[in-house]
Design a protein around this ligand. Structure first.
Ligand code: ACO
Length: 331
């Protein structure tokens, strides 16, 4: 029997309508459009402002876009993994809420948290359910409402993040396309540099934690930047080496969109030229779990069956990794 591989057979994306520009941020904190653009590459980001809306609503937007394009009903989905660090609530899982809202009545699901590497962790996990032959249609959703945990008086973090979601569908194939390799890493000692201090079991919410602003993202940018540059570049080079891929073989690098300088360092290490690097950070900012599937969605029409694509991410945890995908369809 030939080997079953998990192929990406559809993608979808969603960002909310409201836009927060660098100029808007200039009126909120001591920053400039120039500083944000040169240090990060970001020009604007989308923010989910509708009252009563959460991460599940972003995920629903991405899933509905995907189902429409693929021409299938939600009832055909077997499993939905929602990668997020901003779930609607601690429990039930946002995956369960998305399934309910889109009508994926036959699916089970769970949330997966690995910060900015969440989508690649989720994709790697989902692949196993397809490869074992037990599941036929698995959705991996990367969705984050980062505005819900951003302190808009902290100029070091509020300029970076945006809200958005992307989704991919995995289906089995016997062709030599799909998710061909994956290498994930984590190092929990990095938690001191990037975390949300309160709201979990260690420091449950209290007046004290709210007053101390411990429910917002804390980031010590420089050590995170240093670790991101090294590790994202190293793991991308590693995935190329172990699959005998030269820079000419790679059609696209799809990097997590945290900072243009981190993306450039990764591309240089891989030896791939600028036109092969997917970059949309200027319009979305860092949407955490959403960045990579949002790139795939934006570039979908340019992708061709057989294209070699390297996905790479680094994020809180620390977590990082790279995935080698051979694109499975022409759109
Ligand atoms: N506007 C103007 N000045 C600012 C701003 C701002 N928005 N933010 C910081 N500064 C100042 C700092 O206070 C500092 O001033 P000082 O020199 O007087 O102390 C100066 O700019 C330089 O600050 P740095 O922190 O050294 O700036 P840097 O060039 O490192 O850029 C950034 C900061 C963008 C946060 C960068 O460190 C970075 O991208 N880090 C990694 C982010 C990342 O990859 N995170 C992982 C994913 S996120 C996740 O997993 C949830």
């Amino acid at each position: 029997m030939s080997k079953i591989t998990a192929a990406i057979t559809a993608v979808g994306g969603y960002v909310p309508e409201d836009i927060l520009t660098n100029k808007d941020l200039e009126t909120m904190v001591d920053t400039t459009d120039e500083w944000i653009k040169t240090r990060t590459g970001i020009e604007e980001r989308h923010i989910l402002r509708a009252p009563g809306s959460g991460t599940s609503d972003l995920g629903v937007g991405a899933v509905e876009d995907l189902l429409r394009k693929r021409g299938i009903s939600a009832e055909e989905i077997d499993l939905l993994i929602c990668c997020t660090v901003t779930p609607d609530m601690a429990f039930p899982a946002t995956a369960n809420i998305i399934c309910d809202k889109v009508g994926a009545k036959n699916a089970w699901g769970f949330d997966l948290g690995a910060a900015c590497s969440g989508f690649l962790y989720g994709l790697t996990t989902a692949t196993k359910f397809i490869e074992t032959g037990t599941h036929k249609k698995v959705l991996v959703v990367g969705a984050d409402k980062m505005s819900s945990i951003v302190d808009y008086t902290d100029r070091t973090t509020c300029v970076i993040f945006g809200d958005g979601a992307g989704a991919v569908l995995l289906e089995p194939t016997e062709e030599e396309v799909g998710i061909l390799d994956s290498k994930m890493y984590s190092d929990g000692s990095g938690r001191v540099y990037l975390h949300q201090k309160a709201g979990g079991s260690l420091r449950p919410a209290s007046h004290e934690t709210v007053d101390a602003k411990e429910h917002y993202i804390f980031q010590d940018g420089r050590p995170v930047f240093k670790a991101a540059v090294t590790n994202m570049a190293d793991v991308s080079a590693e995935i190329m080496e172990r699959n005998n891929l030269s820079s000419d073989d790679v059609a696209y690098l799809v990097p997590h969109q945290a900072n243009l300088r981190i993306i450039d360092a990764t591309a240089r290490r891989m030896g791939v030229s600028d036109e092969k690097v997917m970059i949309n950070i200027q319009k979305y900012g860092n949407t955490t779990s959403g960045t990579i599937p949002l790139c795939l969605n934006d570039w979908e029409k340019k992708l061709k069956k057989g294209d070699n694509i390297v996905l790479a991410a680094f994020g809180g945890g620390f977590t990082w990794g790279a995935v080698y995908v051979k694109w499975a369809y022409n759109s």
